[in-house]
Write a protein that binds this ligand. Sequence first.
Ligand code: NAD
Ligand code: UDP
Length: 311
Amino acid sequence: MRILVTGGAGFIGSHLCERLLDEGHDVICLDNFFTGSKDNIIHLMDNHRFEVIRHDIVEPILLEVDRIYNLACPASPVHYQYNPVKTVKTSVMGTINMLGMAKRVKARILQASTSEVYGDPQIHPQIEGYWGNVNPIGIRSCYDEGKRVAETLMMDYHRQNGVDIRIIRIFNTYGPRMAENDGRVVSNFILQALRNEDITMYGDGSQTRSFCFVSDLVEGMIRMMECANFIGPVNLGNPTENSILEFAEKIVTITNSCSSIVYKPLPQDDPKQRQPDITLAGEKLGWKPTVALEDGLRTTAAYFAARIARR
Ligand code: NAD
Ligand code: UDP
């Protein structure tokens, strides 16, 4: 198949492009390089089935493809809050452009939605039927509400125009090729630990997250795209839940670091707990994560250590 991956030069997108090429597909990576980088895809450039287009999905584009994975959107709070209006445009106008393409060429389209559609959730763990608790006017809402509209657009193009859609709700994902400067907890803590700098704990560290290794996520994404007769939304994430404090302690141990923890204010609207219920993914896709947190963290720490050493 000819497969378009928007945001293909980003963290998750680059792993997806690699996997799709390994499976023998033609892959078009479309990216505006806002948070993605050529370093993430340089190793794929020699492959004659791989193409890169520098383009912003807020602008229309005409391509002939069989599948569209729509991942283009900054994902870390630091990046999506840098230009919040642009973040909304990317999720709304960008998704309309990709849905327009899917409609025109009869491609199947998968939208990378997020656990953030559940906001600061009042039910735990989160199931797909939960409508969420999102602050519509807060500093996270450019991302959360943008992704909620993107889901709405997917459903309406499906109902109104018969577009073949898939919606996945991705929970916190980590692994090699996360951006160093993205301010997310995994990259921050690992870099701080490797440099023996203070670990910046926002709040008291009792808030929880559940971290999924990127190879597990990519497997789930492909299974969902190729699954017959199930459009989602489906949660994809690792249900192993940790407090952020426990998480910091694991990273300090794994990296053999002398860092100590310093406490900083909790950002506005920071969700208190997050854990996916992945029963639906198990039933419909036969999917569950396989990489244990400690193993994934070791691989990710080794990646960041190598990056620091290259400087
Ligand atoms: P990332 O920032 O590494 O990747 C996003 C990519 O999209 C980058 O390469 C960026 O340059 C590109 N991009 C951004 N705006 C664009 C635009 N207007 N036009 C074209 N390209 C654009 O983030 P990621 O972690 O790889 O996330 C990928 C997708 O998965 C995003 O849609 C994100 O919302 C979703 N997601 C990620 C996580 C996570 O934990 N990483 C969790 C939930 C959802
Ligand atoms: N966090 C932290 N220190 C950091 C970066 C993040 O304590 O240096 C916290 C953050 O407040 C949140 C959790 O870690 O409670 C996960 O943050 P991240 O930005 O990675 O993801 P999200 O909040 O979008 O799930």
